[in-house]
Ligand binder design. Structure first.
Ligand SMILES: Cc1ncc(COP(=O)(O)O)c(C=O)c1O
Length: 398
């Protein structure tokens, strides 16, 4: 079976981890934590890095920096992982959902303002932030999001969990005569006021479990450090004026992260190579939508997602079964937040519909995209895709 993902761990990771073990610095103090934080922040083009236990807690800490009042709202895409909604809810806020656009599967920026304007003035004042999520390695179109954030005074919490090394071309939709002046490629993670990463084993660089918050804002950085570590007060230890968490990353995990970061260019290039190889082989198949790379984006193809056209008569569940029979492992696309029973039980999103998110959740899956993938593996997957798409009369699943 060709696995959907495999991390690439090398000698350097072993060397750094054994240094931790030998030195006894195995918890959340030690040289690797600060070095990893600072080097990751530098890599993203940001000032401060705050390492945390995973991407979910990174989002929770980032939203925690806003001091939401109960009922304050944060705009998120419905097509994302539940971590985004949880971060808002655990901070007493309310997620407000927006559909995706059909080419990149990221939040549909044209629908964000409609969503804001549909609210009364009072309700509008409750919207505090917007959370763009770069889906499967493709950046969101940030310029309209920056404009909306300015217009409505919103904080941008960027979820770059899946987009290590991805880039966005600023100024891409400036008027022609100004465009060359303002064009500049910026890394995902440097596009929000506070940005979040995951270093789970399937991410481009990994620490096993882990995450990071990055920001240029000194106040957010201080607050995030405090929230991560039980909100100990500086003046007096074991004296607390706020509720915090233990979301610390260990020196051991940071050692792995630092070793991974030292080879990130190679890892990002490998992902882009996998993306290119798949696209070359699958581009002429009818009824199969492939990932894109918009002219203003550097896609890192974290996972190579495909969406079956409804005309194929096959849904992703059936497609995954057929691929598995042919030795290829896959994962389904996200299921929208508005389709989650747990939120319906809480009285959230009942009766809401987002047609793009619903279609891609039903018709989409991602193919093996791990860093150990070879050209031979990609050829095997391609063959399996072609074979599995031949409709042999198997009925469409409901
Ligand atoms: C977009 C996105 N945000 C957040 C997370 C949460 O990260 P973690 O699994 O490290 O908690 C993930 C996880 O894959 C993700 O894909």
């Amino acid at each position: 079976m060709i696995p959907v993902n495999e991390p690439l761990i090398g000698e350097k990771e072993l060397e750094y981890v054994s240094e931790c073990l030998k030195s006894g610095w195995i918890s959340s103090s030690g040289r690797f934590i600060e070095e990893f934080e600072q080097k990751w922040a530098n890599y993203c083009g940001m000032k401060y890095g705050i390492a945390v236990s995973n991407g979910t807690t990174a989002l929770q800490v980032a939203v925690g920096c806003l001091d939401l009042k109960p009922g304050d709202e944060v705009i998120i895409p419905t097509f994302t992982i539940i971590s985004c909604a949880l971060a808002v809810i655990y901070n007493t806020g309310r997620p407000v959902l927006v559909d995706s656009e059909s080419r990149t599967w990221t939040i549909d920026v044209s629908k964000i303002e409609k969503c804001i304007r549909a609210k009364s003035k009072e309700q509008r004042a409750k919207i505090r932030a917007i959370m763009p999520v770069h889906i499967y390695g493709h950046p969101c179109d940030m310029k309209p999001i920056w404009e909306l954030a300015k217009k409505y005074n919103l904080v941008i919490i960027e979820d770059a969990a899946e987009a290590h090394g991805a880039e966005y071309l600023t100024g891409h939709c400036e008027p022609e005569e100004r465009s060359n002046l303002n064009k500049k490629w910026r890394k995902c993670g440097s596009l929000g006021d506070i940005s979040c990463f995951s270093f789970y084993a399937n991410k481009i660089i990994t620490t096993g479990e882990g995450g990071m918050v990055v920001t240029n804002n000194a106040e957010y950085a201080e607050k995030a450090r405090s929230l991560r570590n039980l909100c100990f007060t500086k003046e007096r230890r074991f004296y607390h004026t706020e509720l915090g968490h233990n979301f610390r990353l260990t020196n051991l995990q940071s050692a792995i992260g630092l070793a991974q970061l030292e080879r990130i260019e190679e890892l990002v290039e490998k992902k882009r190579w996998i993306g290119k190889m798949y696209t070359e082989r699958l581009k002429d198949i009818k009824g199969l939508q492939l990932p894109v790379e918009e002219s203003w984006a550097k896609n890192v193809y974290w996972m190579y997602g495909v969406v079956l056209d409804e005309s194929t008569g096959i849904e992703a569940v059936e497609f995954a079964k057929r691929l598995r029979k042919n030795g290829v492992d896959t994962r389904p696309f996200f299921l929208g937040m508005h389709e989650q029973p747990v939120f319906h039980q809480m009285g959230l999103f009942n009766g809401e519909h987002y047609p793009i998110a619903e279609r891609i959740a039903r018709q989409g899956l991602y193919l093996p995209s791990g860093l150990t993938l070879t050209e031979k593996d990609i050829n095997t997957v391609t063959k399996a895709v072609k074979k599995s798409l031949k409709n042999d009369g198997v009925k469409k699943l409901s």
